[in-house]
Design a protein around this ligand. Sequence first.
Ligand code: SF4
Ligand code: SF4
Length: 525
Amino acid sequence: MSESRTIWSFNGGLHLDDHKSESNGRPIVDLPIPAILTVPLQQHIGQSAEPIVQVGDGVKKGQMIARAIDFVSAAVHAPTSGTVTAIEHRPIPHPSGLSDTCIVITADGEDRWDELPEPMTDYTSYSTADLRERIRWAGIVGMGGAAFPTAVKVNTSGQRPIDTLIINAAECEPYITCDDRLMRDQSADIVDGIAILQHITGARECLIGIEDNKPEAAQALRAAIAERGAANIDVVVVPTLYPSGGEKQLIQLLTGQEVPSQGLPSSIGVLCQNVATSAAVADAVLRGRPLISRIVTVTGRGAQNPGNYRVAIGTPAAFVVEQSGGYSSDVDRLILGGPMMGFALHSDEVPVTKAANCLLAAAKAEVPGPRDAARPCIRCGECARVCPAQLLPQQLYWYARSRDLDKVQDYHLFDCIECGCCAYVCPSHIPLVHYYRFAKTEIWTQERDRERSDIARRRHEARQARLERLEQERKARLRQKKEALEKKSTDAKDDPKKAAIAAAMKRVADKKAAQSATAEQTPEE
Ligand code: SF4
Ligand code: SF4
């Protein structure tokens, strides 16, 4: 533990059995590349990437196959060399079993690298914009689970200056050990990435927050920091308490500062990044390599051989489990993520994505939370006592259940980090987090619908205005024509020559009229 530093606390939280020892004991193992990789275009928060290859194209490892098309978006690269054999909807890892567009690559078995950009070894000689562009090119996203595009997160221009970079090494969910193992096996990469992130953001100090159940990892980081002489990076050990790895909770533990409700850490001069993200930044900047693989923990009583494995993005989950040693007879379901925040996969054929930190092959008894039928709320208040976001989960539940979407927002639904503490302690086994996720999805859907109908309304109003303008222009043209004709006839009256001609013509017309009148009065023969 950092001796001079005060460790603060946050509200609530739970002491859980950490189940780390099942998978953290052996070094990271590289898994082979499967014959077919399915690479989703949407592996991050924001806009899906746009394919820049076609079916039939040959690709090389590390080649960009889909580009970021918006500010909040992330590029996607080929995890190995081969041929694009499909670009189509395939099931992706999602709680509802959704499908989405994926680029399917049939591997050629050669694993040949594409030509990569020059390493930016002397990174301090590059502008921060160039370094951000490299991170954007590499398609790096937050690898702690949130998957927010890193190039956007480190773009702090126009905001309050960043004083403190916080590296999230807490890894507080039970069972997950991929960050622990990365810290032990690749601590130098993590420290290099931190130095680059500090250079980009201008953060004067960096605090690495790590739970006290990972002493080897903390030691490995300290050794790497000492080797690089990085005096402004401090490893701060915090007590093991779930969810100390929540971004706001970790910031509070390390700085004593609270991020405002619905605010960003940058509003208090803090930027938070995960350890694996930091290593990915080092890989992109110092080696010119995009994010095409990640460490995945395979664990649980349903897995024969728990451990941590480096897996190419797009590898089917079933292949990962099989290569790690396969399922045991205890397996009940396969969960992506940990037992608290993860979700059961509908199929183990879905691919590993950039945010996939754990495949928990869980036996029945291993997954906490409501497994029995929910009973009525008894208003015991236990859920509020453990909520790290200081919310009133019971009230949120009532309003989410009755679809009162204004009220759930009044009760700060969007401050809920979906940690699952409330559902874990609820004696009535109410699946509280499901209600919150449902309410959030409803609100997002309504907002999207509202945006769409706003666009449609604006289009309709623009069309009406255009038609009205055309009608006004038509009327103006008619008016001008009439006025021109009237002016012409007035001009004719005023001009004596024209007037004489007009008088002569009138006389001729009058005479003709008189003659025809006389003819009509003569009796018929
Ligand atoms: S813990 Fe469950 S039963 Fe108790 S108040 Fe909260 S929702 Fe109701
Ligand atoms: S899931 Fe949300 S409401 Fe429940 S304890 Fe966690 S932050 Fe609080």
